[in-house]
Every structure is written in C-alpha cells, then in structure tokens.
Design a protein around this ligand. Structure first.
Ligand code: F55
Length: 829
C-alpha cells in the first residue's frame, strides 16, 4: 500500500504505540494533555466544561483507533454494505454512550476521580445533538447503535445542520422557540474531512447531445455548491467495530464562482457565496406536513447527491462492472425524505456512466428498500412539479420516464381501470401537479417496510392497497426497537447493575433475549426490595430536576405518571389533561375520609409542538393553566400535581424515563405507526397505560394483558365510531370537564375555545369523547394496582423482562436478513 514510502511508513509505525492505553495513569496523562494542548487551558485552572472537553478528546482518540481499524477491515473484506439514508438523526449526548460501548467507562471514572472529578458531573456538561424531530430521528440513532454492535457493514448518511431542533422555552405557559446553535461549543465527536467534498448541482437546463453517436442528456446546472463530509464514528458494544455516520455540510463552491469574481463586484460576490451554506443551516421543525419549500427540497437533494457520489466513488474504487452494484450496495430510504436518491442513481447510471435504461432500471430495482413511518395519507410527501422541474430539471424527466414505463406496464396488468391508474401514478394531476414521493419509493424499491404489525396491515389494506394487490411480495414489516445500551445501560445504571446481578451476566447488553430470565424472579422478595430501591433512586433524581426547574416539590410516594412525546392531536395529550381535570374535580368534591383513599399522583407532561401547529401550542398552554390551578390549590396538596417539563429531548428523556412509574400512550387507535417511547419506558420497568395502537399491540402480547392498562376503541372500531359521528353520545363527565375549560376555570377561555370546539360535537375526529370513560377506567385500574405494592412491582419486573423483543438489535437483524441481505463483518481485535 505504501509503495515507495515503505521505509518511511515502517518508521512511523515504530514511533507509535500500538494502541492508547487505558490504565489510570495513561488516561490521566491523556486528559491533562488535552486540557493543555487541545482546549488550551492551564493545567491549574480549568472548569467543568473544559474538563469535559479534554475528557471527550481523550475518548475521541480511542474511538478513532477503532474507527480506522473498522474502515480498513471493511475495505479489505469488501462486503455488501447498507447505506442508511436519513434526513434526521437524534443522537443526543455521546460521551457516556461511547465510553460504555468502548468498555472503558469505569477506567475513565476511576482516572477522573483520582484527579478530583466526577465522571457523571462532566458528562452533564455535554449538549445534545438534536438533528431530528422525534421518533423517526431517534429510531435512526438507535439503529446506528445496533448496526455497529451487530458488526454490520453499514454507513449512515445525513445532513450536518448548523441549527438543530429549536429549543422550547416556556413564557407564561406559552411555547416560544429559540435557535439551537449546537456547534457554538465545538463538537469533539465529529471529524471534519476537508478533502472529502463533492460538487452538488442545482437549477439550469437539460439539452440533448450526441456522444459517440448515442443520444444523451446533458444537464447544465445554474448553481453549484460543495458538500463537505463530517464523520461521526459510532462504536458498537462488545466489538471493535465502529461504523461511520457521515453528515454533509454545504460550502460555497470554488469552481463555479470564479466567473462572478471576474465580472462582478468582489465584495458582493463574497457575500453571495455565503448563501450556499444556508442549505445545511437548519432542520425543519415540522414532523407532519410538507410545505413545498424550495430550501427543504434543496436539502434533500444536496444530501442525496453527495451520498450517492460517495457511494459510487467507493464502489468504483474496487469494481468495474455495474452489474455487480447490487451485490455490494443496499440503499435504505428512511421515509420518503431521501427518495430523490432513486432519480439520482438513475441519472448517474444513465447520463454519467452511460448505461442503457434497461440496465440502469434493473439495478435500481435491486438496491432500494423503503421504510415508511406514517399512517395517514396526509403524511405522504408530495413535491410540486414546478418546484422540482425548476430545481432539478433532469430528475423530473427521469421521474416522468419511470412513471411512463410503470403506467404502461400497469395497463397491461390491470387494464384501463382509470381510477386505479390515477391513484397509483407517481404524478398527481390537479390544480397543482405533484410528484408523490411515496409512490415513487414503493414502485422503485424491492421491499416496503412498515414499523409495526398493525402499521403494515394498514399499509396493505389502506395506504398502499393498490400496490399491495399488485406486488404482495414487496410488503414486509419490522417492528421498531430501541437500543438497550442507551435506554438502560447509559440512562439507568442502577437498573443495569441490578439486571446483571440477577441474570448473573452482562451478556444481555448484546443479547437482549436473555432479559426474559428476569421472569423467574418476578415474585422474589429480595428482587422486589432491590427493584423498589432502584425506582426510588430514579424518582429522587427526577424529583430534584422538577424542583430545580419549576420550584415544585413533589412527593416520592406519589405515582409518577408520565406522557412525553411530540405534541399532536392524534397523540391526545388533551385526553390526559382532561383526565387530570376530572381527577382534580373529583378530589375537590370529596369529603375528608374519601380523600384519604386517593392515590397521590405527579402527572408529568413534556414535548415540543411544531412552531406552526396552533392547536398543539394551545395544548401546552392549557397544561400550564391547569397546573397553575391545581398546584396552588391547598385542598389538593400532594394528592395531585401537574408538571410540564420544558424542552424535552434525548438527555431529558434519559432522566425522565427511569423515574416513571406509569407512562401514557394515548394515540387514537390506527394513528401511531409504531411508537418507540413506550419501549424505552417498558425496558425501565415502567407500566404502560395505552390504547391498542402501533407496537403496543405487540407489547401486550409479550408481557400479557394483565400487565398493561389498555383502554379505548380498537383500530377497526375507530372507523365505525367516526361513521356514527353526530349520533355518538359523550359521557357527562367529559362534557363537564370541557365545560370547566370553557367557563374559564383555568382562565384564557377565549384562547381555549377553539381547542374545546375541536373535541365537541361532530368535530371530535380523534374520539376523545368516545374513549373518555374507558380511559378513566384504565386510570382507576392503575390506581388500584399501585396501592398493592407487591403486585405493582411484579408487573414492573414483568414489563422489563418482556421488553426484549423491542430492542433495535432484533429490528436490525431482521432488516439485515430479510431486506438488505447483508452479513456481519467483524473487525478482529
Ligand atoms: C419528520 C419530518 C417530516 Cl417532514 C415528517 C415526519 C417526521 C417525523 O419525525 N416522523 C416521525 O417521527 N414518525 C414516527 O416514526 C416513529 C419511528 O418509526 C414511529 O414510532 C412513530 O409512530 C411515527 O410517528
């Protein structure tokens, strides 16, 4: 490899120790070295944040060793790789996760304590990387952890947004958004690769030209920007494998701009160049609707184009024939957001590699797989044809050609069923013509995955029924999962130690199926005692956070009842709040004796509303208004408290979830594609109060009906209930609590009017009224179980014991075997 520089290379290798050492002295030297030379602070004066930075750099050095070894190993073995394309990755903090996966947490903690530092305190200094909205983005992060741990040859691709998801600040109970300039404090977890750049083209025109007597298309772009790679190593647990998450940042292009410098004003030209950077500047905070914004489309193509160029470069390094492409490349589309990759690969094969349409299309059909994360037709992405044609003229042509061929084939198969042809076409006709990205993705992928069994059923019978009838073999599902490394080992160290003690091994951290072994001790008194202690420790941590944040003191004897997730009408945070008002009203109307029987509750709600989502924002305000009233009512005391936790993100979740006794998952059945928050709660021994929706159905199968508080209409009943609509009777209790809001019990009655109107009369689309009694019954059942402590703890143990199926390790293994057809490629130690 080194060729003429062999002698030099040997000398260099001789100068380096084989690997960095992990004994306390080496670690301490290393940390102090980084204090002085990387952070550039004096060894005698640095604060906790600077200590964190030095610590992070020492960890990074060790991470890089393994990352290099893995990349070299992959290069040597040249296995088929999966390229995971996602516009969002919600990584949260990295330090603890990385040292745990590298297996050097205790060594670092010891080394630090000898220096007078507490590892946990320094870890708290790290800010979250919030390059995503919600479940979809956190799922990508969990799946990267599993891909690395299971030794799969995988590469993640995404965008390096300068501004992550907005920070939620609450002022007078209202949500305000503030920018998250997360890179302000530096990012030790990324490696800037200034030499790995690709030009990305936009706008311009397409002309027909002749090349060697063949007609071909030439795209003359009107704008060019440069994509620069930032690599984020992702370490596996219990393996040397450390895979790469490559995020692209936009920089002005040097080649293209020379013209303007020669012709125009120098200062103007420089200022104009800065505009290029705006492509990767901001994450769109909306997790439901597509607004047809040009910048968003530019982001999608920017990251797709850079990733595809990178994939082709890697392939061409070692391969000549494109027919081998599908043996080496699997492209996974995380929702439709990266689906321009289909047109882009097609374009490169046709226009740059000069393959025939037939050969190129054959390759396309073998490499793409698509996972959708939505249930509703409105959730499917559409791009106005005008927008696409202007920004990416050649891609629009290719999409039209794909569609033309598809529709011709379809006619042969189903005849001239005009309605069906119209529904299945990639192009939606109408006042504004749109490209249906979901149809494009389904047509061009060999596999379409749902994220839970119910979701898959809905895809087959509703959303993609026409396609399912045509190609039943394409449709699969992989029930989502979450990584136990982050959601138990990192976030709940006491539970982690307890599980390892009772199972007699730490092997469950890689092999989640072992967790089921806890079932054997579900009634063991000694385990019960220890289990209780662990929950208490975590409740204390959460209570301290609540007090520090809001000044509210909460009782540790109360049931900690949590609902944390993005705010959405279908997730029904409003149902929770109405239930709380009902509880409050009941307590107010009780006599002293009855009050003694009330099970005390601390209700905790958290989550962000999309900035333009008015109703969701009103829910947040209502929560605060109700909390204000209840928490200051002396009649109520510790019997009921309501807390809104602001700025819910990954690191807040790591603290909230282990401290929860009960968690709520209230989506109207048939609306939550999967739900992954519930899995994190389950793993932490938190009981679920939930509708039969998304993955919950499968969770109930694992842990048994008796161990979940299920309520509400089932998915098939929801359809019937909606049809009944106006004739539906709502319970008096429901009307009463809504009336309390309308009457100004909590103030702001004018502001809340539209919220109340949304759930009364014929407009209660998400069926809060219809499910209300059933919800109250489930809540009463939870109260009853909670006072029977032994029963509660048993249910809690059985919840954690039964959570194994919901590890992303299982999900990823299923993808590898049934969708991507890839094998593990383990880096030797
Ligand atoms: C983000 C951007 C856009 Cl443009 C649209 C949607 C989103 C987004 O964040 N979606 C999302 O989080 N979907 C969720 O995916 C989870 C993982 O599969 C599911 O568990 C959850 O049910 C689903 O709502």
């Amino acid at each position: 490899d080194f060729g003429e520089r062999k002698g030099q290379a040997e000398r260099m290798l001789g100068l380096m120790d084989v690997f960095l050492k992990n004994d306390p002295i080496s670690l301490q030297k290393d940390i102090l070295h980084h204090v002085e030379y990387t952070v550039a602070r004096s060894r005698f004066s640095f604060d906790d944040f600077e200590a964190y930075q030095a610590l992070a750099h020492s960890v990074r050095d060790r991470l890089i060793e393994r990352w290099h070894d893995t990349l070299i190993h992959f290069k040597k073995e040249d296995p088929k790789r999966v390229y995971f394309l996602s516009l969002e990755f919600l990584m949260g903090r990295s330090l603890s996760n990385i040292v745990i996966n590298l297996g050097i947490r205790d060594q670092f903690a010891d080394a630090l304590s000898q220096l007078g530092f507490d590892f946990e305190v320094l870890a708290e200094q790290e800010g979250d990387a919030c390059l995503g909205n919600g479940g979809l983005a956190r799922l990508s992060a969990c799946q990267m952890d599993s891909l690395a741990t299971l030794d799969y040859p995988a590469v993640g691709y995404g965008l390096r947004y300068q501004y992550g998801l907005f920070r939620q600040v609450i002022v007078d109970g209202f949500q305000h958004e503030q920018p998250d300039y997360w890179l302000n404090f530096g990012n030790p977890w990324e490696i800037e690769r200034i030499h790995i750049t690709y030009p990305v083209k936009f706008y311009g025109t397409v002309t027909d030209e002749f090349l060697n007597g063949e007609k071909c298309k030439v795209w003359v772009p009107g704008e060019m920007v440069e994509a620069v790679a930032y690599d984020n190593p992702i370490p596996g647990y219990g393996t040397r494998n450390t895979i790469n998450l490559r995020l692209w940042a936009a920089k002005p292009s040097d080649q293209h701009d020379m013209e303007s410098f020669n012709t125009g004003d120098y200062v103007d030209a420089v200022v104009n160049r800065q505009r290029a950077e705006s492509i990767s500047s901001i994450l769109y905070p909306d997790d439901r609707s597509y607004q047809g914004k040009e910048l968003r489309l530019k982001q999608q193509y920017f990251f797709v184009s850079a990733s595809v160029q990178d994939i082709f470069r890697r392939f061409k390094d070692t391969h000549k024939k494109f027919d081998e492409f599908p043996e080496k490349v699997a492209l996974q589309l995380n929702d439709t957001h990266p689906s321009l990759a289909i047109a882009e690969v097609m374009r490169v094969l046709l226009d740059e590699e000069h393959l025939s349409w037939h050969r190129a299309w054959d390759i396309i059909c073998k490499i793409f797989s698509f996972t959708t994360h939505t249930v509703s037709p409105e959730g499917l992405e559409k791009i106005p044809v005008d927008l696409l044609g202007n920004l990416l003229p050649r891609h629009l042509q290719i999409i039209y050609d794909i569609n033309f061929n598809f529709v011709e084939e379809l006619k042969k198969m189903i005849g001239l069923d005009y309605d069906r042809l119209t529904r299945m076409s990639i192009v939606e006709e109408g006042a504004v013509k749109n490209i249906r990205m979901a149809n494009l993705s389904v047509i061009c992928s060999h596999t379409v995955n749902g994220v839970s069994r119910l979701h898959s059923e809905l895809l087959r019978t509703k959303l993609f029924k026409d396609f399912y009838d045509l190609w039943p073999h394409k449709f699969q599902y992989k029930t989502n999962g979450v990584t136990q490394r982050r959601w138990i080992v990192v976030s709940n160290p006491s539970l982690c130690a307890l599980i390892s003690k009772w199972l007699g091994t730490e092997a469950w951290i890689r092999d989640i199926d072992l967790l089921i072994g806890l079932r054997d001790y579900a009634t063991n008194a000694e385990l019960h005692q220890e289990w209780k202690m662990v929950k208490k420790v975590n409740k204390i941590r959460l209570a301290e956070y609540i007090e520090a944040m809001s000044g509210l003191k909460v009782s540790l004897d109360a049931m900690f009842d949590v609902q944390t997730k993005r705010i959405h009408e279908y997730k029904r945070q409003l149902l929770n709040i109405l239930g709380i008002i009902h509880r409050y009203d009941c307590i107010k109307n009780m006599d002293k004796n009855d009050r003694k029987k009330v099970v005390p509750r601390v209700c905790i709600i958290g989550g962000k509303a999309a900035p333009g989502y008015e109703i969701a924002k009103k829910v947040i305000k209502l929560c605060h208004a109700v909390a204000e009233k209840i928490n200051n009512d002396n009649d109520i005391g510790d019997l009921l408290k309501l807390v809104f936790i602001p700025d819910y993100n990954v690191s807040v979740a790591e603290m909230v979830i282990p401290g929860a006794d009960l968690s709520q998952h209230l989506s109207t059945a048939g609306h939550e594609a999967s739900g992954t928050g519930s899995m994190k709660f389950l793993m932490n021994g938190c009981l679920l109060l939930a509708t039969a929706d998304g993955s919950t159905i499968e969770m109930v199968e694992e842990i048994g009906q008796d161990n979940v508080f299920l309520f509400g209409a089932k998915a098939h009943e929801v359809v019937a209930l909606r049809k009944k609509g106006p004739t539906l009777k709502v319970p008096l209790q429901f009307s009463r609590v809504v009336r309390m809001i309308r009457d100004g019990h909590f103030g702001f009655e004018d502001y809340f009017k539209s919220l109340c109107d949304k759930i009364e009369g014929t407009s209660d689309y998400f069926l809060l009224g219809a499910d209300f009694m059933s919800y109250l019954e489930a809540q009463a059942a939870a109260d009853k179980a909670f006072v029977d402590e032994e029963r509660w703890i048993k249910m809690s143990i059985l919840s954690a014991a039964g959570s194994g199926r919901f590890s992303s390790d299982r999900t990823i293994q299923e993808y590898a075997e049934n969708t991507w057809d890839i094998q593990p490629c383990r880096c030797p130690f």
